[in-house]
Design a protein around this ligand. Sequence first.
Ligand code: SF4
Ligand code: SF4
Ligand code: FES
Length: 245
Amino acid sequence: MGRTLKFEIFRYNPEESASQPRMQTFTLDETENMTLFIALNRLREEQDPGLIFDFCCRAGICGSCGMVVNGRPRLACQTKTKDLPETITLLPLPVFKLIGDLSVDTGVWFREMYQATESWIHTTKEFDHTKEEERMDNAVAEQIYELERCVECGCCIAACGTARMRDDFLGAAALNRVARFVVDPRDQRTDKEYFEIIGNDYGIFGCMGLLACEDICPKNLPLQNQLGFLRRKMGITAIKKFLGK
Ligand code: SF4
Ligand code: SF4
Ligand code: FES
């Protein structure tokens, strides 16, 4: 016989003055291959049409369904109920602005971080459409592709102790994004210019290096390598600056 799941779900709508933060209990019969995406949609369809949560692709691609599942940030569409105990507690991701219940606004956070880190190619080269595209070394292209796989779900930020303590911390996803431009030969920024952006406490030197971000990342991004890479590079740049080189 299938299990009856008990869901403890955070409820609060900041848009409604009468709304108070609280946990609400729902029960639902588990079905085969049930994901949290299926469970939450059934709860909304069958029990409470006012339940707020985000989904778009259902395939781990859009990054919109991040939430804290039994204490751990996860993509809900990629989480099967059979891998969870009978009681499932769902909370919105911390750090981000709450829209309502389990829905948070990760978009504004990511836009601000990308603006702060100037996440675009900096080059003085003029684009010439009559010329052939410049070739890029295959290994470098693969490395950039690997770092571009981030779906901006925010799970690594929600799991990060530094991000919880200071709201200006760039976080693993934004630092990973910086690493992507550092390895890109088309970006002409120097280490000193990158140092101005991330060589500080809200950048790479604020990271405590405990790597919750990598443990949590649903796309298995090599965040540990990128944080170590940037820490070494910015450490060397700091010494060079100190020596006046
Ligand atoms: S390693 Fe750094 S970025 Fe990752 S969770 Fe820890 S403090 Fe945050
Ligand atoms: S690095 Fe991983 S956990 Fe962080 S936002 Fe990107 S996909 Fe999500
Ligand atoms: S719905 Fe797109 S990642 Fe989960």
